[in-house]
Design a protein around this ligand. Structure first.
Ligand code: A2P
Length: 292
């Protein structure tokens, strides 16, 4: 079942529905460079290349997802590409993200390998996976990949306020996305506020805490009160904070469950209860540990 459910529409949802009227799935946001991005995507971090990954992506596409998030470092771009082809869905209807592995030298060279493994002529979004070797080191080559049309948009991942500022200072084409570990438990308010002031959209990876947050008492109390699952509550929290959300699952029923987040609304008090779970003290930092 596609996730274009339109019941119980609030004023805010009406806005997003009308804004997305010209888009392919009705659930997209416009990035600062004018490109549209679906607000729900399937993440495939830690999904082994091969049948498991092909199936997960194929199921997601069958169930209405139009956004898949992979990376050079995940080692499963070939499976994502295979699922895309097997789905029969036209390339231009699916938003594909991959990420430059920053231990490699040149992002413009590396993207050629990613495109080959994916079997596509371009990706929709290409991210610097983490700020290795200095936040702006990879950026000129990212801009080159963009100029050559190998990617429609460019951005970063795991960049905090300081690193974002560093890239912005030298960029000709600024990053439009920062993909970060975000959830009620890792609600980096300062990073979100400052990034948004610079026209950066945020994507939430590990929105379920790689599964850890699903057993939290507060999350489960809210879930049973409103007749939803813990996963749906966490994902809905992300949507209501205007995040692009990238849950990972390799199980078809869960992939389906995770897409059913457009037909209910968390109340302001439920949102603030969830906000209160933050353990980052609203930090502007993207990650608690250092990158190698
Ligand atoms: P699995 O892939 O076996 O379905 P995150 O998105 O934060 O990285 O979390 C991913 C983890 O949460 C995976 O271990 C995944 O397991 C599990 N998961 C994803 N969706 C659900 C769900 N709806 N219910 C329970 N567990 C889920």
């Amino acid at each position: 079942m596609p996730y274009g459910i339109k019941s119980k529409i609030t004023t805010r949802q009406e806005d997003s529905v009308s804004m997305a009227a010209d888009s392919f799935d009705g659930r997209t946001r416009r990035l600062a460079d004018g490109n549209r991005i679906p607000v729900l995507g399937l993440g495939v971090w830690q999904v082994p290349d091969g049948r498991e990954c092909v199936n997960a992506v194929l199921w997601a596409l069958e169930l209405g997802y139009r956004h898949i998030d992979t990376a050079q470092a995940y080692g499963n771009e070939a499976s994502v590409g295979e699922a895309l082809r097997r789905s029969g869905i036209p390339r231009e209807q699916v938003f594909i993200t991959t990420k430059f592995l920053p231990s490699r030298r040149n992002a413009a060279t590396e993207i050629a390998g990613s495109l080959k493994r994916l079997g596509v002529e371009y990706v929709d979004l290409y991210l610097v996976h983490w700020p290795s070797g200095g936040p702006s080191r990879a950026w000129p080559a990212m801009e080159q990949a963009h100029r050559l049309g190998h990617t429609h948009s460019i951005g970063v991942s795991n960049f905090g306020i300081t690193e974002l500022g560093d890239v912005m200072a030298s960029a000709t084409v600024p990053p439009v996305v920062d993909q970060v570990d975000l959830s009620p438990f890792t609600y980096r308010r300062s990073l979100l506020n400052e990034g948004r002031a610079r026209n950066v959209e945020f994507e939430a990876y590990s929105p379920l805490g790689t599964g850890r947050h699903l057993s939290d008492g507060t999350v489960n109390r809210i879930a049973s009160r409103i007749g939803r699952t813990a996963a749906q509550v966490l994902l809905r929290w992300a949507l209501q904070h205007d995040l692009i959300v990238l849950p990972k699952s390799t199980h078809r029923p869960r992939i389906e469950e995770n897409a059913q987040i457009f037909d209910f609304v968390l109340s302001p008090s439920e949102m603030s209860e969830l906000d209160g779970l933050d353990r980052t003290s609203g930090t502007g930092v993207a990650l608690e540990r250092k990158w190698r």
